[in-house]
Design a protein around this ligand. Structure first.
Ligand SMILES: O=C(O)c1cc(=O)[nH]c(=O)n1[C@@H]1O[C@H](COP(=O)(O)O)[C@@H](O)[C@H]1O
Length: 286
């Protein structure tokens, strides 16, 4: 099955378009995982246990794994997510000249790191993306990013009537048609007008919509414009995985040692946050 088909099946199975971002910032990991050999993996495992029933996808951001232990933690995380039948999108935002891009795309075949899709940055053009345009993995291309600086270049007028992000979106639709790949677009929930505009231009491509949760984006617009034939993803990372930071020890069940009680409350809060986001998004899904 293609990434798009896999994702569609998962979305239907859990009735959710929530992408849970696995961005385990070492400075924010709870004490409960500090003594583990691989704290990021220990953290992700418990996050996955708590959230998988609500997750259409997991999106680990490579930035949080770029050291020797990090890649081990990532490999364990990917395998564990697959064990729960959840696809994994590696958020690596790759983009480089052709021969280097081929090496970057090798991560899709790497032993022990069996990710289903990857994010890429289109700034270097077609040859930088070509190695990723393949049938056996999804490719998720940045079009209009959710950050403040997203407007600096992406909103520039190119030619008479188009902005750069619109041009990127249209080229991506061509690459989707011309190649074996399933192309998705990244369009942030923080710019609902741009979400609407990209959807008008590109009716058939699913979006990954980041920026709800910690970045305060528009969840309704994410659903209204982000899905194509019901397929698409709305991502929250910190708003889910660190939801436990707001939980006091008093809100967890009695009868266990204080530390495990706290830890359980911490991870339950992530599960609750994923469930709440799923429900909120489902209010807007047809
Ligand atoms: O490609 C992405 O996932 C992405 C694109 C974008 O425009 N904005 C954006 O926030 N992201 C990623 O989505 C995640 C957002 O995290 P939270 O703001 O904590 O929900 C991070 O991993 C970002 O790198």
């Amino acid at each position: 099955m293609s990434f798009r088909e896999d994702l569609q099946a998962r979305i239907e199975a859990v009735d959710s378009v929530v992408s849970v971002g696995l961005d385990p910032d070492p400075d924010r990991l709870p004490d409960a995982v500090a003594d583990h050999d691989l704290p990021r993996w220990a953290f992700n495992r418990r996050i996955i246990d708590a959230t998988h029933e609500h997750a259409a996808c997991y999106k680990p951001n490579a930035a949080f794994y770029e050291d020797a232990d990090g890649w081990r933690a990532l490999a364990e995380t990917v395998a564990y997510a697959h064990g729960k039948d959840v696809p994994v999108l590696l958020d690596a935002k790759r983009g480089d000249i052709g021969n280097t891009a081929r090496q970057y795309a090798g991560v899709l075949d790497a032993d022990g790191l069996d990710v289903d899709a990857i994010t890429v940055n289109p700034y270097l053009g077609r040859d930088s993306l070509e190695p990723f345009l393949r049938a056996d993995a999804g490719v998720v291309v940045l079009a209009r990013t959710s950050n403040d600086g997203g407007a600096d270049f992406q909103n520039l007028q190119v030619g008479n009537d188009k902005r750069l992000y619109e041009y990127v979106a249209q080229r991506c639709a061509e690459w989707d048609r011309e190649s074996a790949a399933d192309v998705f677009l990244v369009v942030g929930a923080t710019t609902p007008d741009e979400l609407e505009r990209v959807r008008e231009l590109v009716p058939d491509l699913p979006f990954l919509v980041p920026g709800v949760g910690a970045q305060g984006g528009d969840a309704e617009a994410a659903i209204e414009h982000g899905l194509a034939d019901g397929v698409g993803l709305v991502n929250s990372s910190r708003g889910i995985i660190f939801a436990g930071e707001d939980v006091g020890a008093g809100s967890v069940p009695d009868g266990q040692a204080a530390e495990s009680r706290d830890a359980r409350g911490y991870f339950d809060a992530a599960g609750d946050a994923a469930k709440r986001l799923k429900r909120r998004l489902n209010e807007y899904r047809a």
